[in-house]
Design a binder for this molecule. Structure first.
Ligand code: PEP
Length: 255
């Protein structure tokens, strides 16, 4: 039985005041009966403050990115050890905005994934196709390449799959991120199931146990149908995670 994970990606939004208001709104509406894992990924400067404000709640804190390097002269970067030092549990790697705007390759993302695991963090590997790739029928080729980069990093497939299984996958079709256009529950389910089938070719247990989140304009109005899909184990939520009522409504649906 896979656990549901609801993760908010705040991207580069917020201020001390707006974050405090958002967290107060969320905290007031949390329900102790919910069993899903809950996570927020604030901009890195705010992570420590958010951790402190959430210390009396079950919500954990994640980072939106990290360096593939251990430490050293890498101006502007943040290492996994630093994230650990601040009690961060999860880190997004390969978000589509990192891939497209900052030219992060599959290989770099794989190095970040591996470094995150090495440094005791749980990486959330973001994958997904562009609209053009969907329209020319290459969705699964793209997604397989993104997953394979992580598996191949470890040399042999079996080890790679075991490592992959220590993280989380977030399937986020690029055309659905921040656009208001959501993949239909059927479109999302089809890709999630195909990813599991692909992993099962080498290791059924990994295919059965790995959490695969959906991301791309998920909101309270469409979360129920998306989360009801057999192979969707939660959501990575951008815009809707910045509104306490929306985020809470999605958490409530996840239960
Ligand atoms: C995201 O940033 O990962 C995301 C899915 O954003 P949005 O929900 O706004 O589409």
């Amino acid at each position: 039985m896979r656990k549901t994970l609801i993760a908010g990606n705040w991207k580069m939004h917020g201020s001390k005041a707006s974050i405090e208001a958002l967290l107060n709104g969320i905290k007031q509406q949390l329900d102790a009966a919910w069993t899903s894992d809950l996570l927020v990924c604030p901009p890195s400067l705010y992570m420590d403050g958010v951790s402190q404000q959430l210390s009396d709640t079950p919500i954990t804190v994640g980072a939106q990115n990290m360096s593939e390097q251990e430490q050293g002269a890498f101006t502007g970067e943040i290492s996994g050890d630093m994230l650990q030092d601040f009690g961060v549990d999860y880190v997004l790697v390969g978000h589509s905005e990192r891939r497209s705007l900052y030219h992060e390759s599959n290989e770099l993302v794989a190095r970040k994934f591996a470094k995150a695991l090495e440094q005791g963090l749980k990486p959330i590997l973001c994958i997904g196709e562009t609209l053009e790739e969907r329209e020319n029928g290459s969705t699964m080729d793209v997604v397989k390449q993104q997953v394979d980069a992580v598996i191949d990093f470890y040399g042999d497939r079996s080890t790679g799959l075991n490592k992959l299984a220590q993280g989380v996958i977030a399937y986020e079709p690029v055309w659905a991120i921040g656009t208001g256009v959501t993949a239909s529950p059927e479109q999302a389910q089809e890709v999630h199931a195909s990813i599991r089938r692909y992993l099962a070719e080498t290791k059924q247990t990994v295919a059965d146990t790995i959490q695969i989140l959906y991301g791309g304009s998920m909101k309270a109005a469409n979360a129920e149908q998306l989360l009801a899909q057999q192979d969707i184990d939660g959501g990575l939520i951008g815009g809707a995670s910045l509104k306490a009522d929306e985020f809470i409504a999605i958490c409530k649906i996840a239960g």
